[in-house]
Design a protein around this ligand. Sequence first.
Ligand code: SF4
Ligand code: SF4
Ligand code: FES
Length: 554
Amino acid sequence: MPNITIDGKTVEVEPGTTVIQAAEKLGIELPRYCYHPGLSIVGQCRICLVEIEKMPKPQVACYTPVTDGMVVHTQSEKALRARKDVLELLLVNHPLDCPVCDQAGECWLQEYYMRLGQYDSKMIEDKVKKDKAVDLGPHVMLDQERCILCTRCVRFCDEISKSHELGIFNRGDHAVLAPHPGRRLDNLYSVNTVDICPVGALTEKDFRFEARVWYLHSTPSICPGCSTGCNIAIHTNTERTHHAQGRRVVRLKPRYHPEVNQWWMCDIGRYSFKSVDDPSRLTAPMLRQDGQWIATSWEVVSEAVTHKIKTAGAERVGLWASPQLTNEDLFVLKKFADRLGLTRVAATLAPLQKPVRDNFLIKEDHNPNTRGLEFTGFPLDTQASADLLQQAADGKLAVLLIFYHDLTCAFAGEAVSRALAKVPTVVFIGPNHNATSAAAHFLLPAAAWPESDGTFTNFAGRVQRLRQAVPPLGDARPVWQILKLLGKPLGVIVPYLEAGDVFAALARENRAFAGMSYATIGELGHQSGEEAHAVKTRRLNQVPDKLRIVPIFG
Ligand code: SF4
Ligand code: SF4
Ligand code: FES
């Protein structure tokens, strides 16, 4: 295996490794625009130039394979001078947009100008004018003047989404990025092009002019959009509450995970945060009186609901769990159901319309935690749901507890209304109003997923962490805490103070979670059945995450 020395440090690498990759192994960060570890290498932008001994001219680090005994200098006068000159060339026609550019604060032209550039411009000519605010597709806007023609977005559409919408047209300083004639950038992964654009040429329509990135906070979490469980970062705006129309969650970004989603996420999952600060949120416990919703306290509503459950008796209480709930919620909910002796239990619905799916990331199951349901012992059979609705319609239920579901997604609206009208007490527990909550007698507001600590189990059995990015809205609470409140008068004691306590109990009592803790789950998740020491070894073998999570590096 070849040995390479970079800035005096030597490392042995696999044959075929490039200089930029060998530098990463040594923790040496080289600038880059066109290079992206998830895309083919084109060596186009030249910002990664380094000096290699015995080679007369500076070489591109991203394109040059390591040879045994190679000696590289990344900080020599020659290398620094070459990169500074490249940057000056890239900026010759770049507009002076920083004050109004959405990329400001996370732009790699700004970043490298401060690190490497800092030259006085020699330009006396006018800059070349190109089209601004080109509407590329449903989510992406292009500013051709800002584009540095790195072709990352073109390669993404050719190699990852394989939808081939974009190309570079014309020559020299008239070259522009544009869609092919008659095409729109409308594939299901289109916003990943914005993530990997190293400058402000591609911006997200939804986020444009909403908030300055330096006011945002980032929290690692998991996408709730389907059972893949893509790793994401939730970006929240809590410092400038007058920005983004007061929305706290302003965007989601993919987070690198080598085995789940690599650098990517789909557009459907990306906009799944819209319900979090939506006017449809339930923010206070409510009860219906004379056809009117009355906001009340948790004490009043829990006393009323538990009284109804007690007087109904276990045989006449139905419960609809949900694959949208966390493992922690499901663990406590199963205990709640078992201790009360409930047998009329359903969990999953078969949606009326076929959900979107593909052979890349998007799974047909648009729930994040169906495996969690399975592991905690809830029925996965959708027949259980049809049976429960029938039991409601037959007047066999006195109380029906519905967690999260909108039943009209799976059954005809009329059948749902008819069945719910036969149940004297319908309790809806969830974060948002829906067609089912409209027919309930009690509404119990649950915390939305960015407001909760906890875990989801993805389709492959990987348990991954959600972290609270913002506090629950109004009086909303995590479901396991709502069950703690409801359980007490019913004799179901939930002795946990934090989500971590719930998970520790889950790991002790349930074989599917054996050996797991929030520590072993960490940033990369813990595969069910995998020994804790194997998780640790796997982690040690991985490329340092630091180099992967800075946007331009992946
Ligand atoms: S739009 Fe961005 S990603 Fe695409 S070529 Fe231009 S600079 Fe590169
Ligand atoms: S593929 Fe699934 S988990 Fe990944 S971003 Fe899309 S919806 Fe979310
Ligand atoms: S040429 Fe190496 S990063 Fe572009």
